[in-house]
Design a protein around this ligand. Structure first.
Ligand code: NAD
Length: 383
């Protein structure tokens, strides 16, 4: 099986789907790699490193797409303006594309892939089960994004995080409020605590209270009778009533915070607005908001995707691809997720063997043999 690694073409994307170390490990098991020239450069992996690891270097994307049996990417397929063709149309019919496609949000891409006869496994759809943990790229990337969100916030503040007693007086600790205690939020709590801040946390799922407290965060509990978690452990879309109650409760916490980090997502839905314009107006001048849910609508009413804006004296970071800012580590862990997935769907001779009844394949296969086979994607487009 030849695994093709094209250079990412999405603006600002520095990650690469496979790193040289993975090439070494998988080559020993019989897999071959064709890596586009410069594909790893932005993540600090040179062509020489790939060649030394045993990969072949392709001069351009067309060569990768037309030669490889499986294409591995980070970002969803896009129009390649150099080649004047959509990446989907560059993939050979019947071949497999593995990438983050977010088919619940970008249903038109699933339709396009099915029409082109391209089979797709989407990394965001890998089930959150124990067996699939080593392929869980949502977690591997969110974990790093959570860390970086704190670093960005800390850097933008005119304050330090810890309590400091000096001869010139006592500096009180910074107050950080984190909205959403999933993988990114939990890492943000740990990072902010290690730097010495006071951390308060809001999540729709009361189940996370213990985890938050074990990391040293204070949980802001919204009392409700509603069930907020689905069978897969994900948040359900909250009712208007819940969101109203939550906003009232967090108003005080947000307006007293130095840094607010928002990570709240609901799979397949627009992210909930948690930090309103009214809250921002009442925040202290010089405070900072880092909104990492901005790709799917954002948790702050005033954040703008991919931009840093200043409103009412508050700096608001609309971070839509934080993992790319830590491209070395993010590529390394993503590459491991990809390796584990490919090994899972291959036989001992390194040939692709998609078992449709397999729990991981069933959960993450979006398109197969010209059809959309992923139930949640189908229901999103009503077919
Ligand atoms: P996510 O990125 O989908 O969402 C981030 C957080 O936002 C979640 O904790 C969610 O509850 C929260 N949220 C949603 N609406 C909110 C609101 N209105 N206010 C405040 N918070 C809100 O979450 P994730 O990081 O992908 O994790 C989802 C679940 O999957 C979690 O239960 C996590 O523990 C679980 N998980 C399991 C495994 C595994 O078992 N292998 C691996 C990773 C994650």
């Amino acid at each position: 099986m030849i695994i093709g690694v094209p250079k990412e073409i999405t603006g600002g994307e520095k990650r690469v789907a496979v790193v040289p170390d993975t090439v070494v490990r998988m080559s020993k098991k019989g897999f071959s790699f064709l890596v586009q020239k410069g594909a790893g450069y932005e993540a600090s992996f040179t062509d020489e490193m790939y060649e030394k690891a045993g990969a072949k270097i392709a001069e351009n994307a067309e060569e990768v797409f037309s030669t490889a049996d499986v294409i591995v990417k980070v970002q969803k397929p896009e129009f390649n303006s150099d080649l004047n063709k959509h990446e989907i149309d560059l993939i050979k019919k019947g071949n497999l594309l593995i990438t983050f496609m977010y088919s619940l949000h970008y249903t038109e891409l699933a339709i396009q892939c099915a029409k082109a006869g391209v089979n797709v496994i989407s990394m965001d759809a890998i089930p959150r089960t124990t067996l699939a943990q080593k392929m869980d790229a949502l977690s591997s990337q969110a974990n790093l994004a959570g860390y970086k969100s704190v670093i960005i916030g800390a850097n933008a503040l005119g304050k330090i995080f810890p309590l400091m007693m000096t001869a010139a007086g006592t500096i009180s600790p910074a107050k950080v409020v984190i909205m959403g205690a999933g993988v990114a939020g939990l890492q943000a709590i740990g990072t902010a605590k290690r730097l010495g801040a006071i951390v308060e946390v809001s999540d729709i799922r009361p189940q996370v209270k213990e985890e938050v407290e074990s990391l040293g965060g204070r949980f802001i509990m919204v009392e409700t009778d509603e069930s907020m978690q689905d069978a897969g452990g994900y948040a359900k879309e909250a009712s208007e009533e819940f969101l109203k109650k939550q906003k009232e409760l967090i108003f005080k916490h947000v307006t007293e915070a130095d840094l607010v980090i928002t990570t709240a997502l609901v799979p397949g839905r627009k992210s909930p607005v948690l930090v309103t314009e009214e809250m921002v107006k009442n925040m202290k001048p010089g405070s900072v908001i880092v909104d990492i849910a901005v790709e799917f609508g954002g948790n702050c009413e005033l954040s703008e995707r991919g931009k840093v804006v200043e409103k009412y004296g508050v700096k608001i970071f609309g971070e839509d691809n934080l993992a790319s800012k830590i491209a070395v580590n993010a590529s390394e862990v993503y590459s491991k997720n990809i390796m584990n997935l490919i090994e899972h769907i291959s036989d001992k001779e390194a040939n692709l063997q998609l078992k449709l009844e397999d729990e991981i394949v069933k959960g993450s296969l979006i398109c197969y043999n010209g059809e959309i086979v992923h139930e949640r994607t189908k229901s999103q487009i009503n077919i």
